[in-house]
Design a binder for this molecule. Structure first.
Ligand SMILES: Cc1cc2nc3c(=O)[nH]c(=O)nc-3n(C[C@H](O)[C@H](O)[C@H](O)COP(=O)(O)OP(=O)(O)OC[C@H]3O[C@@H](n4cnc5c(N)ncnc54)[C@H](O)[C@@H]3O)c2cc1C
Length: 334
């Protein structure tokens, strides 16, 4: 069966793209969303600490929603419940545990999309896989075997126990991780290479300062960790500016990066490691689009910017009549 629209990734951008297509009149059977994880919004589930406050205004991006899907301030669970409800309400067909391995344009202009379970054919493909699948790592080698269970890139994958933790990074993710660890009884050191936390939003900044004033957190700024050593099975951070310190856990919050290899394998042109995109995330391959965090570069995106990107992508797909005969004429509400 040929789908009109195949979306890769069931995060905010992928779900919003599907909803906009449904809103434009495309029936559920013509759209499929392939998700690598066992549940939708898998990056949010993994990288957001439980009980995290989800800000509608994130990284200074205004909370102005252009399409059918929108969030307000809430918690991680409320955000996930809302996306769950949205998938049901709009009858979006999401196939789980179907990580896409390859996308190839065929001679007839359609795309062949392969997962370990199946091969799909679609007229238009929107890749909305985000950047969190590939968290940034430091440029020194982490002794991962000796420090198994002690070095992390999120705070949900393993149960963290102990008294002292080091969080590396100066953005909002670092604040989320630090807040979570303090709430679990850790004393946290926050190491950032700059003297000011200029990338953190005002709420997180005030939160960090409040926790520091209460004695739960120490700012190590500016500091650079030059290497991680093993101290009786625990990580010992060696800093360029201050004496080494030993922790129960080290958590990196260094952001993610564009999956350049995957994009290039689909024929998408990259410049300086970033895709070159036209309006609505159109790539140089006709009918192949990017949406969400993949389209915003190093400055990063938000849930609402990912929702909006799905709206802009669908506008171009409809305007260019890329869905062929299936292009719907009548808008339809569920
Ligand atoms: C710690 C942290 C806190 C944040 N807090 C906030 C906040 O409070 N407010 C806010 O607005 N934003 C926040 N953000 C940013 C926000 O989460 C992202 O901007 C948003 O999730 C991007 O949506 P997306 O759909 O582009 O990508 P993602 O959310 O990354 O979703 C991508 C989806 O694609 C799937 N996928 C990946 N590879 C494949 C593949 N090969 N095949 C199929 N599926 C695949 C993933 O499993 C995932 O479900 C935060 C980010 C982090 C890291």
């Amino acid at each position: 069966m040929t789908h009109d629209l195949l979306i890769v990734g069931a995060g905010p951008a992928g779900i919003s793209t599907a909803v906009e297509a449904r809103d434009a009149g495309l029936p559920p059977s013509r759209i499929v969303v392939l998700e690598k994880g066992p549940l939708h919004s898998y990056a949010i589930r993994k990288f957001y600490p439980d009980e995290k406050r989800v800000d509608a205004v994130y990284k200074g991006i205004p909370a102005v929603c252009e399409g059918r899907v929108c969030i307000v301030d809430g918690t991680k669970q409320q955000t996930l419940d809302f996306i769950d409800q949205t998938i049901k309400q709009w009858e979006v067909d999401v196939r789980y545990d179907e990580g896409v391995d390859s996308i190839a344009r065929m001679d007839d202009g359609c795309f062949e999309v392969r997962t370990p379970k199946a091969t799909y054919v679609a007229r238009v493909v929107v890749v909305a896989i985000g950047i969190l699948g590939k968290p940034n790592v430091p440029d020194y080698k982490i002794p991962r075997n000796e420090l198994r269970g002690r070095v992390h890139f999120d705070v949900t994958s393993e149960k963290l126990q102990g008294e002292r933790a080091l969080v590396m990074g100066g953005g909002d993710s670092a604040a989320d991780f630090a807040h979570y660890l303090v709430s679990k009884g850790f004393h946290v050191d926050l190491s950032y290479r700059k003297a000011e936390l200029s990338r953190m939003n005002q709420i997180n900044l005030a939160d960090m300062q409040g926790i520091a004033a209460a004695g739960g957190l120490e700012f190590l700024m500016p500091t650079d960790v030059t290497r991680l050593e093993v101290d009786s099975g625990r990580p010992r951070a060696v800093f360029a500016q201050i004496d080494p310190r030993t922790y129960d856990h080290v958590v990196y919050a260094l952001g993610g990066s564009t999956p350049a290899g995957f994009l290039q394998s689909t024929g998408i042109d990259l410049k300086g490691g970033e895709p070159t995109l036209g309006e609505g995330g159109q790539t140089n391959v006709r009918g192949l689009f990017l949406a969400g965090d993949l389209t915003v570069g190093k400055k990063g995106g938000s849930i609402i910017s990912a929702f909006n990107s799905g709206v802009f992508t669908m506008r171009v797909i409809l305007r260019e009549q890329l869905l062929g005969e299936a292009t719907p004429a009548v808008a339809r509400a569920p």
